[in-house]
Design a protein around this ligand. Structure first.
Ligand SMILES: C[S@@+](CC[C@H](N)C(=O)[O-])C[C@H]1O[C@@H](n2cnc3c(N)ncnc32)[C@H](O)[C@@H]1O
Length: 338
């Protein structure tokens, strides 16, 4: 008897300690043993999904079966797309219109070979708003342009327009072939473009010439992004807009190792010191798989603590003309511009 009483008392104590939603609500009758008398101990919030529907010279025509079919200017390409797990919507005859088809060489989707089925110029123009990017087929599946970033470029121009009383200054880190740099320069900004690859920098200069922006203020710098930023902190430089588009793994021009998960927090800390005190903005885009936008949001928030402003984080995707949209990358955007 004493044992039963002890157990009974313990059971009551345990029930009292349970969160409210799990406690039986005897007052409401046997047919309604549980009722929600308190909010669930969790919260939900949303991630942003920025979906681009392309632009005049770029369309994602279709995706599926691990591939995507895209039009860059006059050229149609068929490339791997690991995220396209569904079935293609367009008929095989449409896919057969591709000028070039990329097959990955092994585990690394980016490396491989292009099979040319219809003539492709060595370089061909792709117009993005007011600038011209030259696309090329190289040994990688990249063509010199990440079209899903178009909404970020438009956002950047919008933010730069808020800078008053001085010429906006833009720092484009891991800038690749310079689409964002050219668009910012065309809008009147002074741009510092940093990339470790001489090839990417000379491709960027070609794009500048193709865009007839020879007089625009762009400093093309071959350097390790982290080293450059640390040096700029010592020089007391500031920028109104910093774009950070790092690969998961890379190397500086002198073999400096870039490992996203190891080096990103330090790089962002230095970037925070380069923000113009009167108002600035920043975009981080990350193509690393097995990562969460929330993790990158948190590291940006830690770095920019005390600087006010607003954050937006989520994914970038491209809407296929026929069929579902294809997710491409994670992003965090911050602005303290008025
Ligand atoms: C193509 S972009 C942007 C990332 C891209 N969106 C992706 O899919 O990985 C990567 C650029 O970073 C450059 N890069 C790699 N390591 C670097 C480093 N340590 N410092 C500066 N640029 C670097 C590469 O040369 C390349 O142009």
């Amino acid at each position: 008897m004493a044992l039963v009483m002890a157990l009974g008392w313990r059971a009551g104590e345990i029930l009292a300690r349970l969160p409210l939603p799990l406690r039986p609500n005897r007052a409401k009758g046997a047919d309604e043993p549980f009722s929600r008398t308190a909010p669930l101990p969790m919260s939900s919030s949303t991630l942003s999904l920025i979906t681009s529907s392309g632009f005049a010279d770029y369309t994602l025509l279709d995706a599926g079966s691990g591939r995507k079919l895209e039009r860059f200017g006059k050229i149609i390409v068929d490339r791997p797309e690991p995220q396209a797990l569904w079935q293609p919507r367009l008929a095989k005859q449409e896919w057969a219109k591709a000028n070039a088809v990329f097959s990955a060489s092994g585990e690394d989707d980016e490396k491989g070979k292009w099979r040319i089925d219809k003539p492709v110029p060595e370089a061909w123009p792709v117009r993005i708003d007011d600038v011209t990017m030259l696309c090329k087929l190289s040994g990688l599946w990249h063509l010199g342009l990440f079209p899903e970033q178009h909404p970020h470029w438009l956002w950047m121009l919008n933010e730069l327009a808020k800078v008053k009383g001085e010429t906006p200054r833009v720092l484009n880190l891991f800038g690749y072939t310079g689409a964002a740099s050219l668009l910012a320069a065309k809008a009147g900004a002074e741009v510092t473009h940093v990339d470790a690859s001489k090839k990417a920098i000379s491709w960027g200069r070609e794009n500048q010439a193709a865009s007839k922006l020879d007089a625009a203020k762009i400093r093309w710098i071959v350097d390790d992004a982290a080293k450059f930023v640390a040096r700029d902190v010592r020089r007391g430089k500031t920028y109104h807009m910093i774009l950070v588009d790092p690969p998961k793994f890379g190397r500086g021009p002198e073999g400096e190792v870039w490992d996203l998960f190891t080096h990103l927090p330090g790089l962002l800390n230095d970037c925070a010191k380069l923000l113009a005190p009167g108002g600035a903005a920043m975009v981080l885009t990350v193509y690393a798989i097995r990562a969460s936008a929330l993790a990158f949001d948190q590291v940006m928030r830690d770095t920019l603590k005390g600087k006010g402003g607003t954050f937006d984080r989520g994914e970038l995707a491209i809407q296929a003309k026929s069929g579902p949209s294809v997710p491409t990358s994670l992003f965090v955007r911050w602005s303290a511009l008025p």
